[in-house]
Design a protein around this ligand. Sequence first.
Ligand SMILES: *Cc1c(COP(=O)(O)O)cnc(C)c1O
Length: 480
Amino acid sequence: MTAPAEPTIPSADATDAALQRAVVHARAFVAALGDTPVRPTVGLAELRSRFAGPLPEGPSDPAAVIDELAANAEGGLVRSAGPNYYGFVIGGGVPASLAADWLTSAWDQNAGLYVIGPAAAVAEEVAGAWLAELFGLPAGVSVGYTTGATMASFTGLAAGRHALLARQGWDVERQGLFGAPEIPVVVSDESHVTIFAALQMLGMGRERVIRVPTDEQGRMRADALAGVLAGLDRPALVTAQAGNVNTGAFDPLPAIVTAVRANGGWLHVDGAFGLWAAADPARRHLVDGVGDADSWTTDAHKWLNVPYDSGLSFVRDAAAHHAAMTLGAAYYVETSGGERDPYNWVPESSRRARGFAVWAALRSLGRSGVAEMIGRTSDAARTFAAGIADLDDVRVLNDVVLNQVLVRFDDPSGDAAKGDARTAAVVAAIQEDGSIWLGGTTWHGMRAMRLSVSNWATTEAHAEAAAAVVRRIAGEIPAG
Ligand SMILES: *Cc1c(COP(=O)(O)O)cnc(C)c1O
């Protein structure tokens, strides 16, 4: 037995030194976000061997640990926050939101309760109202700050579940779902996978859903939805999509609203990235009707370019939202002065003060700055598509209405399997080249390349350069 160690509380100087080292490493990384390669340069085995080692037996100098962490991560980081990253639907961090996110960690507020983080609670309240206005949502919608769109949809669908069952005299939060009246759940054939994840966590079943067919752009067919709802004997929980993750297409919201109102159901809209179209006057028409839904999901960590983790859940019926999420524990301090306790609107209790970075992004960009960012990146997607459209045996599969471009590299023989192989080979070669990064997907039964322009720093010139990379590499990949 060794004697217990002396207390090893680092000094204030040690904290300061560690923060200084973090600033140095962060600034170097951010300054190089536009460099290449965009992809990582070291593999799994190397990363494991760097981070591994036995559980440390004793303390180390905090600043030295930060240097070691940065060295370990070197080459294992993706430049996904930079302007040359077009994979998935990813944003970076606009300067004010990135800096606010640092402060959020330094302040280390618990955003669960007003009493333990008053400024955090107020930043969320104000930024939430700004966003509701920007999106054209009804005045007075409630808002919750979640980890991302998955939990935002979980929250919105939980509110809908609450409301539809409460109307039948069932208190789902108290009584649970066993023995409850059934709620029909209606989704689109192309609802995002996280809608199914939310349903699975809510006890409503990933497969116990009615799927509505989509059109050639991936939009839910409103006529088919109306037919489904007309055949039901009770109100349904319906989810629509503003922004298909492959094509960027919008479900026809006005007709969907009409159909759901006729059924008396609850309409949830997943607008993880597409809801931001509302901020751009040139694209606002894409979300016509969205304000008539009942709940909405979006991500600030995608197109608003706030660092992770930052999702948002809005609900028209604040009482349903509150009932679905509140912990209602007696020891929670009830407010009497009109303060807002953020824990009442999200699945978590203690959590990060997400509102600061969202507030800072909106405060720094303003209405016109958000419009410019959404407009410019969407225009860049068109520029990219135009820059490759004339290549032989290349097809842009979608109408580029937003920031997403889907591309197919056919085989000259017309053979579908060979086209799949050629598409996969082009995507792999682009990733390996490292000048840009984008990914592949399966679209209506075929392999496709998917490009998303979601980064605040991506310009038309970047898009032209990206098209040139794709042209060069496609030319190097032999057909057949
Ligand atoms: C990204 C995305 C999601 C999931 O978002 P997370 O923030 O990763 O949870 C859901 N729906 C759509 C349409 C998306 O694009």
